[in-house]
Design a protein around this ligand. Structure first.
Ligand SMILES: [Fe+2]
Length: 357
């Protein structure tokens, strides 16, 4: 099959060419932790920090190259060798935040309108009407998150499992188009997604959007099984057709074919960056350490990016706007207050972005 976009890849291709992996040099890594320690008290409220509180110079080109790979290349990048030895969780979290301040406007991610979340098992159920994967230890379905890009920095890894899975939506959709054009057409029709009780005032509890949209030759994918299944339990939501159900099962099957599903093991000190328009991600279930301070811990950041692409019009209902380079996406949740509004406006101005939030 002829592929035109580098975002359309197979496992064999990303294994053969590891150009999507970026390694910080010792000097770049040292600069990151020095900047965090120089900035001051790591327990300060996260939204108070400004980009210029963190002086980064040497590490920026490597990080910028990784972000370019996410936008124009394979849609995923792995940055290795973030400082980890002797670094506290609070410092590691703040370092992730500091990187975010240099490369975008962080977006709220959940009901409590958090701008950076700790991905750690808190015993929550993934398969519930309001369930989210990040505070469970369950195996997750392939999905996209709700912002232009997602950053996941690894502080501790589980002793068993917790593998990170990635698959190219473009590759999977091309295969569906070739094998089952009827399913490909169904995936381009509206599905209803639940907001899982995370809607803010004025937002409906659900919205409709296609799973796959092709625009300017690019596949934009908005796949999240949990939210589609949950929406079917809400009064007034149109039932899925049999064809729509079959199409989503088929799409998932294609994503899970060994030639399409890439398995990445995140080590402590790794930073994964993914595009949420072309790249689907997932995680295997895991068994954790018994000791609290060794438990699997990652920090997740959602960013709107200054160089983001125009989105299909059908994405506006979730992202707020389809305009490129704007502050868009995220889930405002129930606590989108003045502190958050002020942060969004200030950070948008710092990066020269229009604030549509
Ligand atoms: Fe996710």
């Amino acid at each position: 099959m002829a592929r035109i976009s580098p975002a359309s890849w197979t496992v064999a291709e990303v294994e053969a060419d590891r150009g999507w992996i970026y390694r910080l040099s010792a000097a770049e890594s040292a600069e990151l932790i020095a900047a965090v320690r120089r900035a001051g008290d790591a327990s300060r409220p996260i939204l108070d920090w400004r980009r210029d509180d963190f002086t980064l110079r040497e590490s920026l080109p490597t990080l910028a190259a990784a972000f370019r790979e996410v936008r124009d290349g394979r849609g995923m990048a792995l940055v290795r060798n973030l400082p980890r030895e002797g670094v506290t969780p609070a410092e590691f979290r703040l370092m992730t935040w500091a990187i975010g301040l240099h490369f975008g406007v962080a977006r709220p991610q959940n009901r409590t309108s958090d701008y950076i979340t700790e991905v750690k098992d808190a015993g929550h159920a993934y398969r519930s009407p309001t369930g989210r994967g990040y505070n469970s230890k369950a195996e997750l379905d392939f999905h996209v998150d709700g912002s232009d890009v997602v950053l996941l920095s690894c502080y501790n890894q589980a002793p068993v499992g917790g593998m990170s899975l990635c698959a190219s939506a473009a590759t999977a959709y091309d295969i569906v188009r070739a094998e089952r054009p009827d399913y490909a057409a169904a995936l381009a029709t509206d599905y209803t997604f639940s907001r899982n009780g995370e809607q803010s005032d004025g937002e409906a509890p659900w919205y409709a959007a296609p799973i796959c949209t092709v625009e300017d030759g690019r596949v934009f994918c908005k796949w999240n099984r949990n939210r589609i299944v949950n929406a079917q339990k809400i009064d007034g939501v149109p039932p899925l057709t049999a064809l729509q159900r079959e199409a989503m099962e088929y799409f998932d099957q294609v994503l899970r074919r060994p030639e399409n599903m890439f398995c990445m093991h995140l080590e402590p000190g790794d930073l994964q960056i993914l595009c949420n328009q072309t790249m689907l991600h997932s995680r295997t279930g895991f068994e954790d350490h018994a000791e609290e301070d060794r438990k699997r811990t990652l920090y997740r950041l959602w960013l709107a990016r200054p160089d983001s692409r125009r989105l299909p019009a059908s994405w506006e209902v979730f992202y707020g706007t389809a305009e490129p380079g704007t502050v868009r996406g995220g889930m405002k949740g129930h606590h989108y207050d003045d502190a958050r509004r002020t942060f969004d406006a200030r950070q948008a101005a710092t990066l020269g972005m229009r604030n549509a939030a």
